[in-house]
Write a protein that binds this ligand. Structure first.
Ligand code: ZN
Length: 261
């Protein structure tokens, strides 16, 4: 993982494995480099949490410009396990809200089309980026603890096999997110099913990074193809928005997309 800072574009986190794929744009933008005022300072990309619509629009324009794609595709994230696959037919049905196309509610976005930046909004939740360089199927998954319990990562990989994705060739990256240092679940016996308790790393703490790794390998990904940022958003509030750490705050943009040749 490397931290890319550019004077012109907002900074973002990139991953070594995905950086090796020709024609692919990816990155998890930090909270820096945007125009939103506190408590959304500054690169907030969510328009439904109280921030100014104009500021969010400017932030999205900067993200899109940096990504170099024609459109950003986003959906209302509902902490479920639903997948929206965007092919040419589905793309025609998306709601246009420039610079975004809005897909039906769901927490996983996937496509094999060029010029669509799949956007997941996060503040502690994981964005899990997937690419199969051969079939060109890419995905961006929103997975908080509810998504982890639902195994949205594994379900998405299995669904995408029908659309040509080969898990053994697929590269994955996991964004900065809630780390084992801060993932305290006081009511875990009620909230988290017992089969996930082996991922407990303290009396009340869980390692959701390890859990995602295990769900991806169970779905057929190779251990060496999974890269985890291993940066905790709660601990890193200077760089990241954190819902647990701050309450009312912004959402960061995580993007993957094929650029035009
Ligand atoms: Zn932490």
């Amino acid at each position: 993982m490397e931290h890319v800072i550019s004077s012109k574009n907002p900074p973002r986190i990139t991953f070594q494995n995905l950086s090796r794929v020709a024609g692919l744009f990816h990155g998890v933008f930090t909270r820096r480099g945007g125009v939103s005022a506190p408590p959304y300072e500054s690169l907030n990309v969510a328009a439904n949490n109280g921030d100014s619509i104009e500021a969010v629009g400017e932030n999205l324009a900067r993200v899109k410009e940096t990504a170099g794609v024609e459109w950003l595709v986003s959906s209302n994230q509902v902490h479920g396990d639903g997948l929206n696959f965007i092919d040419a037919k589905a793309a025609k049905k998306l709601e246009v809200r420039a610079p975004m196309l809005i897909s039906p509610p769901g927490d996983a976005l996937s496509t094999n089309m060029t010029d669509l930046g799949l956007l997941i909004k996060i503040a502690d939740c994981q964005s899990i980026l997937l690419v199969d360089p051969d079939s060109r199927v890419i995905a961006n998954i929103h997975s908080g603890w509810r998504g982890s319990v639902l195994d949205i990562a594994g379900k998405t990989v299995r669904s995408l096999k029908r659309l040509g994705l080969n898990p053994a060739k697929t590269l994955a990256a996991v964004s900065p997110s809630l780390g084992p240092c801060c993932a305290e679940f006081i009511n875990y016996k009620r909230e988290i099913p017992e089969k996930f308790w082996p991922f407990r790393v303290g009396p009340l703490h869980f390692d959701f990074w390890a859990l995602t790794r295990s769900q991806l390998t169970a779905a057929g990904l190779r251990e060496e193809n999974i890269e985890i940022a291993a940066k905790c958003t709660v601990c890193g509030k200077a760089d990241f928005f954190s819902y647990r750490g701050e309450g009312e705050t912004g959402r960061m943009a995580s993007i993957i997309g094929w650029k035009r040749p």
